[in-house]
Design a binder for this molecule. Structure first.
Ligand code: CMP
Length: 151
């Protein structure tokens, strides 16, 4: 089982896509084990986006991400990190494949609605940063109809 950190960014919140995005993960057969709305501080975002510190868009990215509420979602499932990334689509909404979240709702790199962990190490770091111990282990009954029984 893997847990991925997903953020509905301020544009996704302002455009009324919280429910749509959550329902994509639920419909896929992934489990929501953490959910919170927050307005992240600059310090928090500097940690989250530390890997992009030298990029030219770093300051505008932090300004955008701290401009309004975001929704943090902890998404769990078999191979969840890659599954979520596939559902999210390419960074640039204009180029992202139709059927992906960014491909269906986004038109740019700056306002691409959603963030998702890009690997196991990143997911562990981001889950700790955004949720700490604040997730819930619970039984999702439908999983017996979702995952391979012998996996
Ligand atoms: P995200 O998955 O949150 O990770 C880093 C973010 O930087 C990315 O989504 C985009 O929102 C943003 N980003 C990446 N490339 C660019 C770019 N060229 N211009 C502006 N923002 C970018």
């Amino acid at each position: 089982m893997e847990t991925s950190l997903v953020l509905v960014k301020p544009d996704g919140v302002q455009r009324g896509r919280i429910g749509t995005i959550l329902s994509r993960f639920e419909a896929k057969g992934l489990q929501i084990v953490g959910l919170k709305m927050m307005k992240p501080s600059r310090e928090h975002l500097e940690k989250h986006y530390a890997v992009h510190k030298e990029r030219p868009f770093f300051e505008s990215l932090l300004a955008f991400m701290s401009s309004g509420p975001v929704v943090a979602i902890a998404v769990r499932g078999e191979g969840a990190i890659a599954v979520v990334r596939n559902l999210v689509g390419a960074t640039d909404g204009a180029a992202a494949a139709p059927g992906t979240i960014r491909g269906d709702y986004g038109m740019s790199k700056s306002f691409n609605l959603i963030h998702a962990s890009d690997g196991a190490d990143t997911a562990a770091f981001e889950m700790d940063l955004w949720f700490g111990d604040d997730t819930l282990d619970w039984d999702l009954d439908e999983l017996r109809w979702v995952n391979d029984p012998d996996a």
